[in-house]
Design a protein around this ligand. Structure first.
Ligand code: PEP
Ligand code: MN
Length: 361
């Protein structure tokens, strides 16, 4: 796959800024609802208005979206707020109808990103069309699917691409509807360095209580914006009632958020950090040297095990090693989870090396 060329939201032609703030109801319900919500959001600094027209529901029977007629209602929000309007598309027909109606920005939902056939179908109709598309992460924590959808859009010539982090489905009952798994959006940024990633705390939380905390966390991690579901009467919303907030609550929440800057935007701070970063570089060098030396002993032990017909894994020794190292780390204020994960990684590599030695000879 060739390099993915990304045009930043600031250059999508809409006067967008960072952090990119996207707000609006889960679903469009009526022209009056769109009017009330968008009027409520006036002066709140929203960059893009969102509303679902076609709603992918897990089971049939609940509200599945108002359909095509709702597209026209979004123009009311465009009028009230003078900002671009966006909808979710899940197939070629949705794209065609959205384009026909003059929708400014599209997004691909989590249930569509998981399906390369659907994503490709969307891309095929978008070939040659100059419209920004935002790609939600797939419902399962699979970075390749997320990246794959972005690559498919790029392959048909789209450059105005962004990603939306809406969390990942998990089978445990936790405080989140969808686990944030913060390392995944950060890894996507490593893979597609120019991509802007907007977090969607509404679908991560599934409730109003942790919305502000998760929004702040997203900004702390350096994500590029937020998508928040806003409804004038959240309790009576036709979908996702528990997680929507009123325009007023939205304004109060956004006012309290601390916007974190990227170091790239403040070059003078870079030199302040330079000496600390140099120390980290030196430490890392020492770490690698120490690890390499440790593995030379592992290899000597492997040779001894081979000569004496001993199995690679010696249970008691390993338990003793992990527990004592974890304790040493905890005494130095390192977290127990981190110490266990680090020791596990070292142990796995040691076992692998010794096992390779037994195989070869
Ligand atoms: C939505 O944005 O309302 C939606 C259906 O989200 P997701 O695709 O993240 O579930
Ligand atoms: Mn929703």
């Amino acid at each position: 796959m060739s390099e993915i060329e990304i045009v930043q939201p600031e250059d999508w032609g809409f006067n967008l800024k960072k952090p990119l703030m996207i707000a609006g109801p889960c679903s469009a319900e009526s022209p009056e609802q769109i009017d009330k919500i968008s009027k409520g959001l006036q002066g709140a600094g929203v960059d893009i208005f969102r509303a679902g027209i076609w709603k992918p529901r897990t089971r049939p029977g609940s509200f599945e979206g108002i359909g095509k007629e709702g597209l026209e209602w979004l123009k009311i929000a465009k009028e009230n707020l003078n900002i671009p309007i966006s909808v979710e598309v899940a197939n070629a027909r949705h794209v065609e109808e959205a384009l026909e109606c003059g929708i400014d920005i599209l997004w691909i939902g989590a249930r569509t990103t998981v399906n390369p056939f659907s994503v490709q179908e969307i891309c095929d109709v978008l070939k040659g069309v100059d419209i920004p598309v935002m790609v939600k992460n797939p419902i399962n924590p699979d970075l390749q699917l997320w990246l794959g959808a972005i690559e498919r859009l790029s392959a048909v010539g789209l450059k105005k691409i962004a990603a939306i982090h809406r969390g990942f489905s998990n089978r445990y009952i936790t405080e989140f509807r969808n686990a944030p798994e913060w390392s995944l959006p950060l890894r996507l940024k490593e893979m597609v360095p120019d991509i802007s990633i907007v977090s969607d705390p509404s679908h991560i939380c599934g409730n109003r209580e942790c919305l502000a905390d998760v929004s702040q966390k997203a900004l702390n991690f350096g994500l590029d914006g937020l998508m928040i579901e806003v409804h004038h009467d959240p309790d009576n919303a036709w979908s996702d009632a528990q997680q929507q907030i009123t325009p007023q609550t939205y304004k109060e929440m956004v006012d309290r958020l601390i916007i974190r800057k990227s170091i790239d935007s403040v070059p003078e701070l870079r030199s302040d950090l330079a000496s600390l970063r140099e120390k980290v570089d030196q430490m890392d060098k020492q770490l690698v040297e120490i690890l390499a030396e440790r593995f030379t002993y592992i290899s000597e032990i492997g040779e001894y095990k081979r000569l004496n017909n001993l199995s690679v894994f010696q249970k008691d020794r390993w338990k003793e090693v992990t527990d004592s190292r974890v304790n040493m780390g905890v005494e130095k204020n390192l977290s127990e989870d981190f110490m266990r994960a680090m020791m596990m990684a070292i142990h796995e590599e040691s076992i692998k090396q010794q096992e390779d030695m037994l195989e070869k000879k």
